[in-house]
Design a protein around this ligand. Structure first.
Ligand code: IFM
Length: 803
């Protein structure tokens, strides 16, 4: 426990040593208003769009010891002079007696003790509000009276986050802060960029008397900015300058003089950093959160939101780390990915390059839909609206404008599509229908995307039409073996083969999408549509098995001339994991090949930090292969442990009945089990990262790009639907566990279509898979699909396994 521990009772991770190997972050609010807060109190805040409406300036590449975005200083009157320190450790780096950062569900609470002063700061965005509240409680825990001042500080970004970094004249010329007093005498800083003055202002205020304030960084740090954030010179003067910045690097620093705190005495100050059209528009909100009891209520409401969100599924298994992830941190990360897609993290910096990814968000939805179906439906509808009339999809879009683009495929003439994007939405819609049973969605009309054409003039189609066009697009785009074309890339963005290369990932994904549509049509009694799709499925299965079986595994790609990639005949990239796992997921691999392929994954790709994406890595740049060869061997897609692919192997193993193997794959990427190697791993132990360096790299085991990864959704699906085996179907809740033999029993409480199912699984014979009996509310059930009850009641489901 070098840096912290899980506190499952409070659904927190508690960091107890601030010198983590990299900043460990948490999310507050949503994309509508919110951002990230690191474990030393720094934060990126934005409203609606981190690229075009950013509020705080946070430059992640600067050293961990630096001030970033927001902080808090305290100063003790030492007579003469002051002892200035930050209860967040950064940026003053004083020795602490206690430091805890409670990484909570949409809140960060930093509790520290320095110089006999205990400070607790709770940082959150109240539900639906456009303000970050910092609830600061300061207690004198020493035996003597202490005279104390409190100075919260924010540094603003230009609203255009990229401009802030690329133009050091225009940006500071436009930035302004002025100070106003409301009718209660409270100071409010109004910060804006000149051109936005009449449409949006940022404000910073508190509920305590402000002695004096500063808005210009240069004056705050002092000495022509040769002063530092570690020891700002302004804080050694009795008062701040009350200067209203008309240009420059804008900050808000508010000096509150608390006077003398007697031993045991506590004071509470609430700061607010918000955005509104003007101060008048913000006043109601400002007044509301000036009142600490409203802050308490808002915090309780946030708690209740998470109670509801997490109540959708709670499991008790014999494995504590599994329980911790499945009950709290994994579904929480799914919520985060639905909100932020791949836009804003400490690694994906929200400067406008990405926005919402079509394939990413389609998959994110699949992890969170049981917990927040309405939010997921709204996102699904947005995704369908950036699908094109030919069935393919735009690669990414910006949620604030709904403007979409083709991603990197724009760069290659003749490749203006990704082989996989559109097929993800087929899987997402089918998953949504299984979860909610709202089949009328299929008849809803949604426009197809056409750049430059007004929304009401775009061609439209029903959701079912969208799905069918997606399948038709892939069917029409096939290469020399009858396998789907890769386009610019498939799920693996970095293999960019010229010409009409074929993708085995897309082939299997297409086959799985066909299976899903067939099951849907059967369920709806539209058997007329099934025969053709069944024939398409058989055709694809045959093509894959005839052309792509390499002897011990499936190849991954065919170049235009028919040369395989991902074959034992290749020098680099002999085997890729996705063509193995997906051949099982799609049902394409016959049993013997399925076992062989997954055994090859185990033998050639597995490491103690997870399964590698491919092996061996490329050793030098080769433009004919694409982005994969820009990484050294073992990094990212070039043979790294690309975590997103691991849950697909877990699912494949459960489909083969190999529960021990599935669970081993689960455990070896569970960040909650990383304490043994945390200095090697470096990232947060409470969220899945995107990538870990593979064993061809000298820094094997180093994780990066935490939080915004498809790993969250798929690991959650693998754990809940395939290992615990509680899986929504059109007809009801399928119970089909595949667990480690050692698990004797476990319970899952699952809300599904308005009812609560309490599923208890008994495993008296120590098997991995095989349901012998299911008893629902005391009566034996035929089969293992628990029907949909319409009564809103709680139903008990007793399951016994036997091979
Ligand atoms: O699948 C992609 C994802 O869409 C973005 N990050 C990288 C993944 C693998 O290339």
């Amino acid at each position: 426990m070098r840096y912290g521990t899980f506190d499952d009772e409070h659904r927190e991770y508690v960091i107890t040593n601030p010198k983590t190997p990299v900043k460990w972050i948490n999310y507050i609010g949503t994309l509508e208003f919110g951002g990230i807060v690191d474990h030393t109190g720094g934060g990126i805040v934005c409203k609606g769009d981190p690229a075009l409406n950013r509020i705080t300036k946070y430059i992640p590449q600067n050293p961990a010891s630096d001030f970033k975005g927001e902080t808090l200083y305290l100063r003790l009157h030492n007579h003469p002079g002051y002892k200035v320190f930050s209860p967040f450790f950064v940026p003053t780096l004083d020795a602490y007696d206690k430091y805890e950062c409670h990484v909570g569900l949409s809140y960060q609470r930093i509790v520290s003790e320095f110089y006999g002063i205990r400070t607790q700061v709770t940082i959150f965005v109240p539900l639906g509000a456009h303000v970050v509240v910092r609830d600061i409680q300061i207690t004198n825990i020493s035996p003597v009276p202490k005279m104390l001042d409190v100075i919260p500080v924010v540094e603003y970004s230009h609203f255009d986050a990229l401009k802030q970094l690329t133009n050091a004249d225009w940006v500071p010329q436009t930035m302004t802060v002025d100070a106003v007093s409301d009718r209660f005498g409270h100071v409010i800083h109004r910060q804006y960029a000149f051109m936005k003055k009449n449409t949006a202002i940022n404000y910073f205020t508190s509920n305590y008397t402000v002695d004096s304030w500063e808005t210009d960084r240069k004056l705050f740090l002092g000495d022509n900015e040769y002063g530092t954030w570690k020891d700002p010179q302004a804080l050694h003067k009795v008062r701040l300058s009350n200067h209203q910045a008309r240009r420059g690097d804008n900050i808000s620093a508010l000096l509150h003089c608390l006077g003398t705190l007697q031993p045991g005495e506590t004071r509470r100050i609430v700061t607010q950093l918000g955005q509104a059209q003007n101060i008048d528009a913000a006043l109601d909100s400002i007044m509301r959160f000036r009142n600490p009891s409203n802050v308490d209520q808002a915090f309780d409401a946030l708690h209740s939101f998470w109670d509801g969100y997490l109540a959708t599924l709670q499991a008790q298994t014999p494995d504590a780390a599994f329980n911790s992830m499945v009950n709290v941190h994994n579904p929480r990360q799914c919520h985060t990915t639905v909100n932020w897609s791949r836009d804003l993290s400490l690694y994906q910096l929200g400067f406008g390059g990405r926005g919402m990814g079509f394939r990413d968000s389609s998959q994110d939805i699949m992890g969170a839909m049981a917990h927040m179906p309405d939010v997921c439906l709204a996102l699904l509808q947005k995704l369908l609206s950036v699908q094109k009339a030919d069935g393919s999809a735009m690669h990414q879009f910006y949620a604030s404008t709904m403007e979409a683009n083709e991603g990197d495929s724009r760069e290659k003439p003749g490749h203006r599509f990704y082989g996989d994007d559109h097929l993800w939405v087929v899987l997402a819609v089918c998953a949504y229908l299984k979860e909610t049973g709202t089949f009328d969605l299929l008849d809803q009309e949604i426009p197809y995307y056409e750049k430059g054409v007004p929304l009401d003039q775009r061609p439209r189609g029903t959701v079912l039409d969208h799905l069918e066009r997606a399948l038709a697009f892939t069917k029409a785009q096939r290469g020399r073996h009858g396998l789907p074309l890769l386009g610019f890339a498939d799920w693996n963005d970095t293999v960019n083969l010229p010409g009409k290369a074929e993708s085995l990932f897309v082939a299997n994904q297409y086959a799985l999408a066909l299976r899903e549509i067939i099951a849907l049509m059967e369920h709806l009694g539209r058997n007329d549509r099934c025969a053709q799709y069944q024939a398409d499925y058989e055709e694809m299965r045959e093509a894959i098995n005839i052309h792509a079986w390499d002897g011990d595994w499936y190849v991954r790609y065919f170049e235009e001339d028919g040369t395989p990639l991902g074959s034992s005949t290749n020098e680099h990239g002999k085997i890729y994991v996705n063509s193995q796992s997906w051949a099982v997921l799609s049902g394409v691999a016959p049993e013997e090949r399925a076992h062989k392929a997954m055994d090859s994954v185990q033998r050639l790709l597995n490491t103690r930090f997870g399964i590698k994406l491919s092996w061996p890595g490329f050793h030098s740049f080769d433009p004919s292969k694409g982005g994969i060869t820009t990484y050294p061997p073992g990094a990212k897609e070039n043979g790294g442990v690309f975590l997103h692919t691991n849950p697909w192997c877990m699912i494949a193993e459960t489909m083969l009945g190999r529960g021990d193997q599935a669970f081993q794959y689960y455990q070896q990427i569970n960040p909650a089990t990383r304490n043994d190697a945390i200095d090697q791993y470096e990232c947060e132990p409470y969220s899945y990262p995107q990538n870990i360096l593979g064993n061809e790299h000298p820094q094997f085991g180093l994780a990066r790009n935490s939080w915004l990864s498809g790993t969250a959704s798929w690991t959650y699906q693998a754990a809940t639907q395939y290992i615990l085996g509680v899986r929504p179907t059109y007809k009801g809740l399928l119970i089909d566990p595949c667990i480690p033999r050692a698990w004797k029993d476990y319970t899952v409480r699952r809300q599904f279509r308005g009812c609560q199912y309490v599923v208890t699984v008994h495993n008296p014979k120590g098997v991995c898979k095989g349901v012998r009996t299911v008893v629902v509310d005391g009566a034996a059930l035929e089969g293992n699909v628990v029907p949909v009850f319409q009564d809103g009641a709680t139903h008990t489901v007793e399951v016994t396994l036997e091979a």
